[in-house]
Design a protein around this ligand. Structure first.
Ligand code: COA
Length: 256
């Protein structure tokens, strides 16, 4: 029997540069198994070097985003497997993707699903979305970015609460805590993510990529280094054709 591909790749028909990756294991709530991790690496590789890509949306097939790492596989893993950081590597690859990324979440985003969502730059969710890091209930920790990315995003207090209690929060609370950028009605969550994607894709592609890179690197730099990085990236923008064309278009429109 031919199994369905774990990740589906689509280009948006209307929005130039928007690519949609669908995690496709709906019968298991898109639980992240090795096959899906491999498929994600495979999907990202050509996209990373494709200059026409301007934004990625990650979503889950069926009624959920991702209900976590595959517990059947996790149970069989031992210390040496943990040290390989399988999920950590794929989420870092997503966090470092050269263009902005959006997690479009409906239903469950638990454990590795929540970590995948926070590895993305932005999160849009449906009113029925549920987020949580229930790992400690299963005798493990959220070790694919959960202990640091979550705190950077929603603050240490909220991150500690989610991680230590394993509690699951709804969309409204996720928005209050800054875990998601937008909450949309259940029939519009994906459209809302596309709206954000459309806005990103309209901007100068080079500037957006440099802006993301600067934002990502800032956390690891001191004040002076951050300033230097901004200057270097701005220097690239100042000499770019995109900047000249866009600013000229603005000024000429004003003259008419
Ligand atoms: N790993 C492996 N399988 C999973 C899974 C996971 N993380 N999450 C869901 N599934 C499987 C279920 O075992 C079930 O498989 P089956 O039909 O062969 O029995 C299928 O997906 C559907 O899930 P089900 O539990 O029947 O759906 P539900 O609507 O009753 O509950 C959840 C949904 C998400 C609340 C529940 O599946 C769950 O708690 N999953 C685990 C969440 C978790 O702890 N994630 C962190 C892992 S570190």
């Amino acid at each position: 029997m031919n199994e369905q591909p774990r990740v589906l790749i689509d280009t948006d028909e209307e929005i130039d540069g928007l690519v949609i990756l669908t995690l496709n294991r709906p019968d298991k709530k898109n639980a992240l198994d090795q096959q899906m991790v491999d498929a994600l690496h495979q999907a990202l590789e050509p996209l990373e070097t494709d200059p026409t890509v301007r934004c990625l949306i990650f979503r889950g097939a069926g009624d959920s985003f991702v209900a976590g790492a595959d517990i059947a596989q996790l149970r069989e893993r031992r210390a040496a497997d943990a040290l390989e950081g399988v999920n950590q590597q794929i989420f870092r690859r997503i966090a470092e993707f050269p263009t902005p990324t959006i997690a479009a979440v409906q239903g469950w985003a638990l454990g590795g699903g929540c970590e995948l969502a926070i590895a993305c730059d932005l999160r849009v969710c449906s009113e029925n979305a549920r987020f949580g890091q229930p790992e400690v209930g299963l005798g493990i920790i959220p070790a694919a970015g959960g202990t640091h990315r979550l705190a950077r995003l929603i603050g240490l207090g909220h991150a500690r609460e989610l991680i230590f209690t394993g509690q699951i929060i709804d969309a409204e609370q996720a928005q209050r805590w800054g875990l998601v950028n937008r909450v949309a009605p259940q029939d519009q969550w994906f459209e809302e993510a596309r709206k954000l994607g459309r806005k990103i894709c309209k901007n100068a592609a080079g500037a957006v990529r440099l802006a993301k890179s600067a934002v990502n690197q800032a956390a690891d730099l001191d004040e002076a280094e951050r300033d230097q990085l901004e200057c270097r990236y701005q220097a690239i923008c100042f000499d770019s054709t995109e900047k000249m064309e866009r600013m000229t278009a603005f000024l000429e429109k004003k003259k008419k």
